[in-house]
Ligand binder design. Structure first.
Ligand SMILES: Nc1nc2c(ncn2[C@@H]2O[C@H](COP(=O)(O)OP(=O)(O)OP(=O)(O)O)[C@@H](O)[C@H]2O)c(=O)[nH]1
Ligand SMILES: [Mg+2]
Length: 647
């Protein structure tokens, strides 16, 4: 591939509902430009963009990939994104590297949820948009109906380029001179018309629609020409904001004359090359072999290996100018979201904002003892895909994997197996139940072993009662019934017991213990004996003080269109949940505030997706612990008893 300067480059993301044809459209574009001789097919696993082993196996895109198409002296850096909602993280990554997006719509399926989501993502990133209706070859495709639906859904800014009247009106509104001309009834010159149209696209006032068939090539040339004519180039992007070395907000125009800076929007773990960082060069240029500063890691990296990518194919990139997208491998300290820049003119662009994980699952090794390997593997994979998270639950001792859905989580575990050779099982996370007491008790704990050899003797009297604090300990001893030097052992014994309660082995909270009496033996008493005595007292004391089980309760904020409210509320009822309120949203739909026990809500991401046809979204936060209804508590306790008996 020859070198291009920023004014002959266009960076464009392809978004849209899963299966609408994005990856195949890029095949068609490559074929039209002569870069390939035959159209690759998803079914044959030979497309340029879906080159990853798992993409070939699953027959859909999983990660964003870069596919430059050369045409008429220009290079269009297309970024193909996965349509599956689980991989929306890569849509956000891609939108950080482009100046426009094409939302592809399957003309035989019409406007789908993925179409709406793509639109919303573009809005969030202020990205100018085009629509491309694909699969026009299919018998049941209906371009006119889909265009009408797009207009109805997204507004009058949606126009086809042959609709000169509608366009003239919109073009007129982009510029005062043009507006005057329009009202005086004069025709626009072609130059004026195109300038107005490009301006309208850049500002989001115009969203042009084109149509094509990726499989038979109809409309593909026209689509590419439309992009070259009207898509904003990298230089016309508004200045990029970032922080300088002192943390102050500064901005940088895209242009070659500025100091070098680039944004790492995506990392690919390549089985042969290792880590590949995809970089959008924002200012200056990146030069092969030169040093570059990682502003986040505060480390200097060497651009020892830099290249252009088309799918998985690499080609030389001795120097990459502002506005272009290239790849670098073997950057030691660099991860997705980092800025690489001139050390003397530091700028740090904000990281990619990934949506919060909505589904957590516990990962367990299938072979005992591989926990460390799992952790190391997960952290490596997270570098590639920071849209999932790994966390350790210290109460349940589980490693949790959080993502956008089951498919994403399954892909992560398949990669663990493939790249790191560890087999894991996915389970629902354990609920971190807790135990506490509602009443008080007064008990004795006595540990006595005085037959043969060195004896053991410890004896304590302890009062237990509820506390506001997690654990409170005090002593009211008199007359040396328990010598002072054994008191810390008693406290230690009790604290250790708090980790594993007598009801169901959960963490015990909100207990106050007062050591007020006891006895000892000159020879046989020691710290260990008093620790054991304390633990005996604890077991008895908790059992006699009306112990109860507590469960975590979470708060949810659910966003969904109005028509799903009934089902959302019905479903919440089944989950022992409560609706706390509803707030109508400015852009339509409602925000439902609810709370529910965590035990009932693990798979809410899956349920909400099915209730709302994936239109709903939610966030969830831990709120508090609450007593579990007695009949459920009994089940949990019984389950614990059988499990510990089995051990
Ligand atoms: N008839 C017809 N089928 C098409 C056309 N374009 C794509 N397809 C088929 O539609 C299916 C999905 O195509 P992809 O290119 O994988 O769609 P995608 O949008 O990349 O899908 P994701 O990566 O899952 O988001 C494949 O079976 C393609 O062969 C088209 O123009 N006409
Ligand atoms: Mg695809």
């Amino acid at each position: 591939m020859k070198g291009y300067t920023g004014d002959s480059i266009r960076n464009i993301a392809l978004l849209g509902h899963g299966g609408c044809g994005k990856t195949t459209i890029l095949e068609a574009a490559l074929l039209a430009s002569g870069a390939i001789k035959r159209l690759g097919r998803i079914e044959d696993g030979n497309t340029v963009s879906d080159y990853d082993k798992m993409e070939i196996e699953k027959r859909h895109s999983i990660g964003a990939s870069l596919v430059p198409v050369e045409r008429g002296g220009f290079k269009i850096n297309f970024i193909d994104t996965p349509g599956f909602f689980d991989f929306v993280g890569d849509v956000h990554s891609a939108l950080r590297a482009v100046e426009a997006a094409v939302i592809v719509v399957d003309a035989s399926a019409g406007v789908q949820v993925g179409t709406e989501k793509a639109w919303n993502s573009c809005k969030q990133h202020n990205t100018p948009k085009f629509f491309l209706l694909n699969k026009t070859d299919k018998e049941n495709s209906d371009v006119n109906r889909v265009i009408a639906d797009l207009k109805a859904k997204f507004g009058t800014s949606v126009v086809t380029l042959d609709d000169k009247d509608a366009l003239s009106e919109i073009v007129a509104e982009t510029d005062e001179v043009l507006l005057d001309k329009f009202f005086s009834g004069k025709e626009f010159t072609e130059e004026e018309f195109n300038r107005g149209l490009s301006g309208g696209v850049a500002s989001g006032d115009i969203v042009p629609v084109a149509a094509c068939s990726a499989v038979n090539g109809d409309g593909v040339d026209e689509f590419l020409d439309m992009l070259l004519e009207y898509a904003p180039g990298p230089y016309s992007h508004p200045p990029y904001e970032g922080a300088d070395a002192k943390g102050e907000i500064v901005s940088r125009k895209c242009g070659e004359s500025e100091a070098a800076s680039g944004f790492v929007f995506k990392t690919i773990a390549d089985p042969f090359v290792g880590k590949i960082s995809l970089i959008k060069v924002i200012s200056g240029k990146l030069v092969l072999g030169a040093e570059i500063y990682n502003a986040g890691a505060e480390k200097t990296e060497k651009l020892g290996s830099m290249f252009y990518l088309r799918g998985k194919t690499q080609s030389d990139a001795p120097s990459v100018p502002a506005g272009d997208i290239a790849a670098a491998s073997k950057l030691q300290y660099t991860q997705t979201g980092d800025t690489l820049c001139d050390r003397t003119k530091v700028i740090k662009y904000p990281p990619v904002e990934f949506p919060e994980p909505s589904l957590f699952m516990a990962v367990e090794p299938k072979v005992k003892g591989e926990e460390e390997k799992i952790n190391a593997g997960l952290h490596k994979l997270m570098e590639e895909d920071p849209s999932f998270v790994v966390k350790r639950d210290t109460e349940t001792h589980q490693t949790l994997l959080g993502g956008q859905g089951e498919i994403q989580i399954n892909i992560v575990t398949s990669k663990l197996k493939e790249k790191f050779g560890v087999n894991v099982a996915l389970k629902d996370p354990k609920v971190p139940y807790r135990e506490t007491i509602k009443g008080s008790s007064d008990v004795q704990g006595k540990h006595k072993k005085q037959s043969g050899g060195a004896g053991q003797y410890g004896d304590v009297h302890i009062r237990f009662s509820p506390s506001q604090e997690e654990f409170e300990f005090s002593e009211e001893l008199f007359g040396g019934s328990v010598p002072r030097n054994y008191v810390p052992a008693v406290e230690k014994g009790l604290r250790e017991c708090m980790d594993k309660g007598p009801l169901a082995g959960c963490k015990v909270v909100n207990v106050k213990a007062v050591l007020y009496d006891g006895s000892y033996h000159e020879v046989d008493s020691n710290e260990m004996a008093f620790k054991i005595a304390a633990s005996l007292a604890f077991k008895k004391g908790i059992a006699e003080a009306k112990p109860i089980l507590l469960e975590p309760v979470v708060r949810l904020e659910i966003l969904a269109p109005d028509e799903y409210m009934g089902d959302i509320m019905g479903d919440m009822n089944k989950r022992r949940g409560k609706i706390l309120g509803m707030e109508p949203q400015a852009g339509g739909g409602q925000k439902v505030l609810a709370e529910a026990p965590q035990a009932e809500i693990f798979r809410y991401a899956v349920a909400l997706r099915s209730i709302t046809q994936a239109r709903g979204s939610f966030i969830m936060r831990f709120d508090r612990y609450e007593e579990i209804p007695a009949h459920l508590a009994e089940k949990i306790i019984a389950g614990y008893k059988t499990a510990s008996a089995a051990e």
